[in-house]
Design a binder for this molecule. Structure first.
Ligand SMILES: N[C@@H](CCC(=O)N[C@@H](CS)C(=O)NCC(=O)O)C(=O)O
Length: 207
């Protein structure tokens, strides 16, 4: 399995960290998604993460990919589904936080005169509301056993820090304290975001 990934996408990091947590072997390939014309033929959304199988089929969306990896390791408890809908909901809240943070990064790349103050205000409010909700759930999150919602919260905050999207620690002191240790988890250490490099390929030869 090839995981088409980026150097700093939080969604791709979620897929890779899940594979690492579960000892699922994937060939992680960092690409430059913004120039990756080839990806149109694999994933019509042209997004990363995309999981590519040996038979040419693909799987997209980080939740689907993480769900698939978890299905390969039943009983590990990383992604409880049956009676744990609150875990899935917290996972979605963390994904929403990632989405807003990514969209703020994209907005900042636009010429300054085209950037929207109201967008920044609205997205900040949304982020602070989600962060408050997650902090109120800290007893479920601040636990040293890996689970998809906890991984997603850690990855969302580390992306916010990576892009300096928002000062959040005063709003979520319990989560901030937890993250100091959680960030040392091997799956997170081995998937740290980095800036894009000119050498990140925009082409890819299917095996
Ligand atoms: N819902 C998707 C979101 C994936 C996503 O937005 N990926 C971004 C990178 S952070 C992307 O591929 N952007 C490329 C583009 O929009 O051209 C998931 O969870 O995997």
């Amino acid at each position: 399995m090839i995981l088409l990934n980026g150097p700093n996408t939080p969604f791709g990091r979620m897929a890779l960290a899940t594979a690492l947590e579960l000892d699922v072997s994937v060939d992680n390939r960092v690409i430059n998604v913004f120039e990756a014309e080839f990806l149109d033929d694999i994933n019509p959304l042209r997004q990363i993460p995309t999981l590519l199988f040996d038979d040419g089929t693909m799987m997209c969306d980080s939740r689907v990919i993480c769900g698939y990896f978890s299905s390969l390791r039943p009983g590990r408890g990383l992604n409880p589904v049956d009676d744990r809908w609150e875990v899935q909901t917290r996972w979605c809240l963390a994904l929403g936080l990632m989405e807003v943070a990514v969209s703020r990064t994209m907005e900042r790349l636009r010429p300054i005169e085209q950037q929207s103050e109201s967008f920044f205000a609205k997205s900040e409010r949304r982020m602070r509301n989600v962060i408050a909700k997650l902090e109120s759930n800290s007893s479920e999150i601040c636990v040293p056993t890996a689970r998809v919602d906890r991984l997603a919260v850690a990855i969302a905050f580390e992306y916010i820090d990576f892009r300096a999207s928002l000062e959040w620690r005063d709003d979520a002191p319990k989560l901030a304290k937890w993250l100091e240790q959680e960030t040392e988890r091997p799956s997170l250490r081995r998937s740290r975001p980095r800036e894009r490099l000119p050498s990140d390929p925009a082409t890819f030869n299917r095996p």
